[in-house]
Design a protein around this ligand. Structure first.
Ligand SMILES: NC(=O)c1ccc[n+]([C@@H]2O[C@H](COP(=O)([O-])OP(=O)(O)OC[C@H]3O[C@@H](n4cnc5c(N)ncnc54)[C@H](OP(=O)(O)O)[C@@H]3O)[C@@H](O)[C@H]2O)c1
Length: 277
């Protein structure tokens, strides 16, 4: 049995779909099973911290989100180990790198969980992806209602990675031998700017979209409801930068990482206006 935390998340859901399709027993954890919309082939279980042992009964492997590990990851990991889990695959972050700012909140969150896993006695594999292609969903509310996208840092460059490419790497790390103790930095195949991503979404929709740059100090919570104030400024460093690009996805899965254009085509429906009755 493979336990998947974050099973309703971008990566977790894609992984559950893959494991179900591969005929593997999967326990999909979510805080709200009623709203989860997970496939019938998965055992859907409510994620709760007060009885972690119950989450892991009969399980041998765990796919872990840092958010699910929580502030005291050692407790969850101990419960997993005592129940028979042997190997954990962590969705970590590329922010963990030589010379990184170890005080950045995203660094702290992932580094804390990585440390707890190394101390847990479990076998582990760390996935450290860079920027997700799904970050482009931040523009979906604007694109559903018009052809102009207001956003920060039009020229910020990244190599966005498709959520299903991360899930494919996780699937191999869980199902194949030889991934224990590995740290995989994962990226998409090519660099794109924010403005180029908006244009690619427009092409997928058959529309011409225009990116209008807004200074970060003028970008209020209506534009960035999920980004803590202050963190927007830290994205400035990506303007004109050369993002890390590697072929780790292809090396592990045998298929090249998908482009942002491919992602936009896969997600066309997320940007369409709601159908009128
Ligand atoms: N976005 C990026 O560019 C980027 C880059 C590198 C790393 N990351 C990391 O990747 C992760 C985000 O991945 P994603 O986009 O697949 O996630 P997502 O779509 O935002 O979904 C988050 C998932 O985590 C679960 N979750 C959230 N808080 C939880 C909690 N307190 N306890 C238990 N479960 C909780 C949610 O489950 P329920 O609500 O169903 O319970 C949900 O399934 C984060 O850890 C982030 O730091 C992101």
């Amino acid at each position: 049995m493979i336990v998947v935390t974050g099973a309703t998340g971008n990566v977790g859901r894609a992984l559950v779909d893959r494991l179900v399709a591969a005929g593997r027993p999967v326990r999909a954890l979510t805080r709200d099973p009623q709203r989860a919309g997970l496939p019938a082939g998965a055992e859907v279980v409510r994620f709760r911290r007060d009885d972690p042992a119950a989450l892991f009964t009969g399980a041998t492997q765990l796919f872990l989100y840092a958010q699910a590990a929580g502030d005291r990851p050692g407790e969850l990991l101990r419960a997993a180990r005592e129940a028979g889990v042997r190997h954990v695959v962590l969705l970590s972050s590329a922010i963990i790198a030589e010379g990184a700012d170890g005080t950045h909140p995203i660094h702290v969150m992932h580094a804390t969980v990585e440390r707890a896993i190394r101390d847990s006695g479990l076998e582990w594999t760390f996935l450290r992806p860079g920027g997700f292609a799904t970050n482009a969903l931040q523009w979906a509310p604007q694109i559903r209602t018009g052809d102009t996208v207001r956003g920060v840092f039009a020229g910020a460059r990244s190599a966005p990675i498709h959520e299903d490419d991360m899930a494919a790497v996780a699937e191999r790390a869980l199902l194949d031998p030889g991934h224990a103790g590995a740290v995989y930095r994962l990226t998409g195949p090519e660099a794109t700017t924010n403005a180029e991503q908006v244009a690619a979404i427009g092409r997928a929709l058959g529309r011409e979209l225009t990116f209008v740059e807004v200074p970060p100090e003028e970008a209020g919570p209506d534009l960035f409801p999920h980004v803590p104030p202050g963190m927007l400024q830290s994205f400035r460093a990506a303007v004109g930068a050369t993002p890390e690009i590697n072929d780790t996805v292809e090396k592990i899965t045998g298929a090249p990482a998908r482009t942002f254009t491919h992602w936009a085509e896969d997600h066309r429906n997320d940007f369409q206006p709601p159908a009128t009755a």
